[in-house]
Design a binder for this molecule. Structure first.
Ligand code: CP3
Length: 359
């Protein structure tokens, strides 16, 4: 294992740990991606998204691309949440413009009973990418490792791809809760082992993406998504070589369950743009930091409007005080159609306005 350079900018980690910062740190979900021409060029060289994600040198290159353009306060591993089901043997592919597909989805009892945790050695390319990115970052900013939530992974594993209504996976949940609990237990153990291996490889913070938790009914969300994220959090290393490894949990559409998510054991909770930050802050108190929550479509407005909306988010959170922390982000991933100049405005505005609000 190489030794890593000391961290020069720890603003992001401090905000997650609810320690004072000079300004509000910012990074963007999907910050490395198709809205950047340099990303599209590297992907073309790789041949496909999966070939890119499975090549640690190229994954390192695209992870650093947004940092070379913008003074972001964190890097995120370039990979995907679907690496785990791929390593379980479900046969992942991405059809151009169509999103993910699994050749062997979990459609019946036999398939569910055959499901096993993946051999972590088949995910070695991910851990190699983490280490190479840490080396390439030279301590500029911290590196975030991530995974999908057990439930969100199950959505793709049972549906065999994306879905508008998740009727196959939700029908299994209602008809055969025993099978769903089996999938979710295996996923939770797999996700925890995967996150721990990313920490060992050099990840300095972790995030769990629960993109489809918000598709569940109240009561069902708690038992089929949140409980399994709590299990992951319980099993995840939160300290490495004397450094705290903060963990963020993000349920898209989970605003109504914020109080329960804040008790999950995570250090920070990600919020989508439907949530009022001031109300969220009052609700969570000093239990967790908050991350979010600008509507990604604001980036299609003019520079003045972007600055105004950024100010709105920062003022809504208010001046960070003792026991609170705010990481600026979008409420969901950046759109592939975003003009790259809009991100320049956004990052500059977050840094300048948040410094001004601390005076
Ligand atoms: O944030 C980052 O910059 C890190 C990279 C990252 C990707 N996927 C790269 C990617 C992260 C954190 C993810 C997470 C992910 N993947 C989620 C959870 C977050 C979210 O957005 O809700 C989900 C649900 C997936 C599954 C997935 N991967 C889908 C549905 C798709 C296709 C949709 C699309 O945008 O085309 C992907 C492919 C994918 N993952 C791309 C990228 C940059 C686009 C692939 C391409 O280059 O064509």
């Amino acid at each position: 294992m190489p030794s890593f350079a000391p961290l020069k900018n720890d603003t992001f980690l401090r905000a997650l740990m609810r320690q004072p910062t000079d300004y509000t740190p910012v990074w963007l979900m999907r910050q490395a991606g198709r809205y950047l021409p340099e990303y599209r060029a590297t992907r073309a060289r790789a041949g496909s998204f999966l070939a890119l994600a499975k090549n640690p040198e190229m994954a390192t290159e695209v992870t650093l691309q947004p940092l070379d353009r913008y003074p972001l306060d964190a890097a995120i591993l370039f990979s995907d949440i679907l690496t785990i089901p791929d390593a379980m043997g479900l046969g992942l592919s991405f059809a151009e413009g169509e999103g993910p597909r699994f050749a062997h989805p979990l459609r019946d009892e036999k398939a569910v009973m055959a499901l096993q945790q993946p051999d972590l050695s088949s995910l070695q390319y991910v851990f190699d990418a983490v280490t190479q990115i840490r080396v390439a970052l030279q301590g500029r900013v911290p590196l975030i490792g991530f995974s999908g939530s057990p439930w969100t992974l199950a959505c793709y594993m049972v549906e065999g791809g994306g879905s508008d209504d998740f009727r196959t996976v939700k029908a299994m949940l209602y008809n055969r809760p025993d099978l769903m609990h089996r999938i979710l237990s295996i996923n939770a153990a797999s996700v925890a082992a995967y996150l721990n291996a990313q920490v060992d490889a050099g990840a300095q913070a972790l995030m769990i993406f629960d993109t489809w938790g918000g598709a569940l009914a109240d009561g069902v969300y708690q038992r089929f998504s949140l409980d399994y994220m709590k299990e992951v959090i319980r099993l995840t290393k939160r300290e490495h070589n004397g450094q705290r490894i903060p963990l963020i949990v993000f349920t898209k559409g989970g605003g109504l369950w914020l109080d329960q998510i804040a008790d999950s054991g995570a250090d920070a909770v990600g919020l989508d743009w439907t949530v009022n930050l001031a109300a969220a802050r009052a609700k969570v108190g000093d239990r967790v930091a908050l991350q979010g929550n600008l509507d990604p479509v604001v980036l299609f407005a003019g520079a003045d409007q972007i600055r105004q909306e950024v100010r709105g988010v920062l003022e809504s959170f208010g001046r960070p005080g003792p026991g609170s922390g705010h990481v600026f982000n979008l409420g969901h991933g950046i759109s592939q159609f975003t003009p790259p100049e809009a991100v320049t405005e956004l990052v500059q505005a977050v840094h300048a306005i948040s410094r001004e609000l601390r005076k």
